[in-house]
Design a protein around this ligand. Structure first.
Ligand SMILES: *[C@@H]1O[C@H](CO)[C@@H](O)[C@H](O)[C@H]1NC(C)=O
Ligand SMILES: *[C@@H]1O[C@H](CO)[C@@H](O)[C@H](O)[C@H]1NC(C)=O
Ligand SMILES: *[C@@H]1O[C@H](CO)[C@@H](O)[C@H](O)[C@H]1NC(C)=O
Ligand SMILES: *[C@@H]1O[C@H](CO)[C@@H](O)[C@H](O)[C@H]1NC(C)=O
Ligand SMILES: *[C@@H]1O[C@H](CO)[C@@H](O)[C@H](O)[C@H]1NC(C)=O
Ligand SMILES: *[C@@H]1O[C@H](CO)[C@@H](O)[C@H](O)[C@H]1NC(C)=O
Ligand SMILES: *[C@@H]1O[C@H](CO)[C@@H](O)[C@H](O)[C@H]1NC(C)=O
Ligand SMILES: *[C@@H]1O[C@H](CO)[C@@H](O)[C@H](O)[C@H]1NC(C)=O
Ligand SMILES: *[C@@H]1O[C@H](CO)[C@@H](O)[C@H](O)[C@H]1NC(C)=O
Length: 739
């Protein structure tokens, strides 16, 4: 077996070398075009890509915030770095630059030669050129690169417009709760709010990928003829475009992740079952929990302590009155279950926190542009968030976590409420409701070391992930990108968040069927954005107050929802349960959420999926290792594998038909279709037509019946069976022998 692996590996290396020999090297290190008060710098960047920066008046220093590696992880030898260029001219000329299969050309209005508008083309195998997009400039309209100054300083707001066509399909943009995979027609605010993590990275079905490399809040619009990206406050505009053959999304993800970051590999233990609830309240309860897992012989890889386990927000330590001996607890949990532990931290520092005065004195707390600096309040305390953009504050946070948790055996951190601006919820002046669904007024315009919320707010959660990453890397003497020993769990993220040892979960969801259904498209958009380490709260986070049984573990309705939701998580990058539960009979402080809490008939079903997860370990490790090497996604929207071989997949993706928003591939071999309504015994699944000539490529996991591709089939789906099909042999899957 190992010798086959080596042979495959050697072939792969030969393939890459051959491709690089054929590579059309960049024709120059770039050009700088001046047009009136504005300057545009265009550089070859990565394979088949360009970086564009534009500014009015004042040139950038090159030290601006960027989420893109310079140099990229992969790219031609001859490309530009920093602010390099070969050619400078006034924007009345036509200029052309080629890098690999991509060309950028300047033109005037209506495509006339001589001008200052950029157009991007892909060079096809037969030598013809295909226009991918150009700067959108209909006659007598605002400039495609449009600047305005709303404040007294030199920061400006920018609106950049690019042409599109009504049939273009747009994938990615971070996560929303919208049941939508193709974002065409959407307007998406670049403001974080819990489950809404808008991120300006997208892939087009025309065969290009785009990164709006801006830390600013703003907006993304995907119209009929125009895609527009808006930055509220900036000193330079920075974006990237990369090309691949249409339908080749793996190459696009490889190109994009070479710029924004490759996921490291997670520790093997983290691929097991993650146990969490709102909330385990003290040391005794956690030890009893570990004993229960051991007694019942249920595998568990991580046990999580949620919020309010501290005495005051910002202590970043467990309340000693409830957790008298943290090291002893972590040790016992380990002995009993082999599980690691994770603890929640919030970014908020209340003025009664042990750390408040020192952090205030050192300038480690975010402030606001006006008022006393308080950015929010929560449960009766005014708070200021720690400033994740300040390296000193990150360092302070890590040192505190190290002392209070890491050195005592709790080595994984849940960075909750990490959205930035406020606490990440619209608590402030909002009546402190526990069911907040929208932002009623602008987020506080917080001030950070790196700038204001409007100009750098999208950096906040990313830099917060970075704080934990820096701590881990220091602690384990490893470099970023190398395998992770520990991980964080973040409610938010941004461009290139996949470079950290950090999972992103879909946020605070409600415990109803509709919400279960909408998580699928959210995960598929996360994947298209480049985030492979995705997960969610099995069972939903909180009760929907309008649904009497929601989150109540003693009702048959919720038990059924929970089983369907939990079984689905077997086929997510991370298998995790969490949430606030209600119950009729209470045995702990808060209602139970353990695998055995959902009734005698459901317990064996839940356990069977936890066991299946462990049986799939080699398959899942293979997926993460491929993600690390090439950016090849783990959760795969159907268009990634079948857009070319199955015309219906292409058409249905365009229309966001529920086949394409509810079904996906988990790696190259498993077709997953979670059941999203109650009381069903069978389920309809579309089996895409794969490339190749096998007559019945699909096997139903539970019966071994085989099926042809390109058809809708109805299969038995009693509550113990999630509709699951596989390609190829089951033993290859179980052995991880799939690439
Ligand atoms: C562009 O403008 C420069 C500076 O005014 C001038 O020297 C040059 O001839 C112009 N080129 C074209 C192609 O119009
Ligand atoms: C060249 O290839 C492109 C892309 O495959 C195709 O659309 C076009 O029709 C081809 N043109 C010619 C002249 O063969
Ligand atoms: C709010 O704080 C009080 C103590 O001041 C505590 O008893 C209560 O549980 C907290 N509420 C929540 C929702 O955490
Ligand atoms: C990591 O180590 C570097 C170098 O020793 C140090 O400057 C930095 O403060 C450390 N960061 C953290 C988060 O501990
Ligand atoms: C810890 O939690 C358990 C279970 O909820 C409870 O019975 C016990 O009283 C708690 N102990 C303390 C010290 O709060
Ligand atoms: C799609 O919607 C139809 C009609 O509502 C439903 O019958 C079908 O089960 C759904 N399919 C999936 C995969 O959710
Ligand atoms: C479930 O379906 C069965 C058979 O169709 C029906 O008798 C029963 O009332 C349904 N239960 C619920 C909760 O809808
Ligand atoms: C399928 O195609 C492959 C490669 O072209 C060929 O070797 C094989 O015989 C074909 N199988 C069938 C069943 O037609
Ligand atoms: C299906 O095949 C697998 C081996 O590939 C076997 O382990 C399993 O028991 C079979 N299931 C049924 C229902 O026959």
């Amino acid at each position: 077996m190992p010798s086959i692996g080596v042979a495959v590996c050697a072939l792969w290396v030969v393939g890459v070398v051959a491709a690089q020999q054929d590579y059309h090297q960049p024709t120059s290190k770039g050009f700088r075009m001046q047009h009136g008060f504005e300057t545009v710098l265009v550089q070859p960047f990565g394979y088949d890509g360009f970086r564009i920066r534009a500014w009015p008046f004042q040139p950038p220093t090159g030290q601006e915030i960027s989420f893109v590696y310079d140099p990229p992880l992969e790219g031609p030898e001859d490309e530009a770095h920093g602010m390099q260029f070969d050619t400078a001219f006034i924007g009345n000329m036509s200029e052309e630059l080629r890098n690999g299969n991509m060309i950028v050309r300047t033109s005037g209005w209506g495509g006339n030669p001589g001008g200052y508008r950029l157009a991007f083309y892909r060079v096809e195998a037969n030598g013809t050129e295909t226009l991918l997009t150009n700067e959108y400039a209909p006659l007598k309209s605002i400039n495609p690169r449009y600047y305005s100054w709303a404040g007294p300083g030199s920061e400006f707001s920018a609106e950049f417009s690019f042409s599109t066509t009504p049939d273009e399909q747009v994938y990615g943009t971070g996560t929303q709760q919208d049941h939508i995979v193709n974002k065409k027609g959407m307007t998406i605010d670049l403001v974080n709010f819990n489950t809404h993590i808008p991120t300006p990275v997208f892939m087009s079905n025309k065969g290009y990928g785009f990164v709006w490399n801006m830390a600013s809040t703003g907006r993304m619009e995907f119209g009929q003829l125009r895609n527009r990206f808006t930055a509220d406050a900036a000193t330079v505009v920075d974006y990237f475009i990369v090309a691949a053959t249409p339908g080749d999304y793996d190459t696009l993800q490889q190109r994009l992740s070479a710029l924004t970051g490759r996921a490291p590999t997670p520790p093997d233990w983290s691929l097991g079952y993650i146990q969490s609830k709102l909330r385990y309240e003290n040391q005794t309860e956690v030890i009893l929990l570990a004993e229960e897992f051991q007694k019942r012989n249920v595998p568990v890889s991580l046990i999580v302590i949620d919020y309010q386990s501290w005495a005051a927000q910002g202590d970043w330590g467990l309340d000693p009155r409830l957790w008298p001996d943290v090291a002893e607890m972590a040790h016992k949990v380990k002995i009993l279950t082999k599980a690691e532990m994770m603890a929640s931290l919030w970014p908020s520092v209340a003025d009664n926190s042990l750390n408040y005065l020192e952090m205030m004195a050192q300038g480690f707390l975010s402030a606001t542009r006006s008022g006393p600096g308080t950015t929010d309040s929560w449960n009766g305390s005014y708070i200021r968030n720690y400033d994740s953009t300040n390296p000193g504050a990150r360092d302070f946070l890590w040192k505190t976590l190290k002392h209070n948790y890491f050195d005592k055996g709790i080595k994984n951190f849940w960075i909750d409420q990490a959205d930035g601006g406020s606490l990440g919820e619209a608590y402030e002046n909002n009546g402190q409701s526990d069911y907040i669904q929208s932002i009623p007024f602008p987020m506080p315009d917080a001030l950070y070391a790196a700038g204001s919320q409007r100009s750098v707010g999208k950096l906040y959660p990313w830099a917060h992930q970075q704080a934990i990453e820096e701590g881990y890397r220091n602690e384990t003497s490893t470099k970023m990108g190398s395998p992770c020993d520990y991980l964080s769990l973040s409610r938010s993220g941004y461009i290139g968040s996949q470079r950290f040892c950090s999972m992103i979960w879909s946020g605070d969801t409600t415990a109803v069927w509709e919400t279960l259904g909408s998580q699928v498209a959210s995960g598929l958009s996360a994947a298209a954005t480049g985030w492979g380490w995705w997960t969610l709260d099995a069972g939903g986070f909180q009760a929907d107050p309008t649904v009497p049984w929601s989150a109540n573990i003693d009702t048959s309705e919720y038990r059924e929802l929970y089983v369907r939701w939990l079984q689905w998580t077997t086929f997510l990058p991370f298998m995790r349960t969490h949430g606030s539960r209600a119950c009729d009979v209470q045995t702990a402080y808060t209602c139970d959420n353990e695998p055995w809490s959902y009734g005698a008939t459901n317990t064996p079903i839940i356990l069977s999926y936890i066991h299946l997860r462990y049986q799939l370990a080699r398959y899942i490790q293979a997926l993460f290792s491929q993600l690390h090497r090439t950016g090849r996604m783990i959760m795969r929207p159907l268009y990634m594998d079948f857009e070319i071989s199955d015309a219906r997949v292409a058409e249905w993706t365009q229309k966001n038909n529920n086949v394409t928003t509810q079904q996906y591939m988990f790696g190259p071999r498993l077709l997953v279709t979670p059941v999203t309504v109650s009381n069903v015994t069978e389920w309809s699944v579309y089996l895409p037509q794969p490339a190749g000539n096998e007559t019945k490529p699909w096997t139903y996991w539970w019966t071994n019946e085989t099926y042809a591709g390109g058809q809708m089939v109805t299969v038995p789906a009693p509550v113990e069976h999630i509709p699951l099909f596989h390609l190829g042999s089951r033993s290859d899957i179980m052995n991880g022998n799939v690439f």
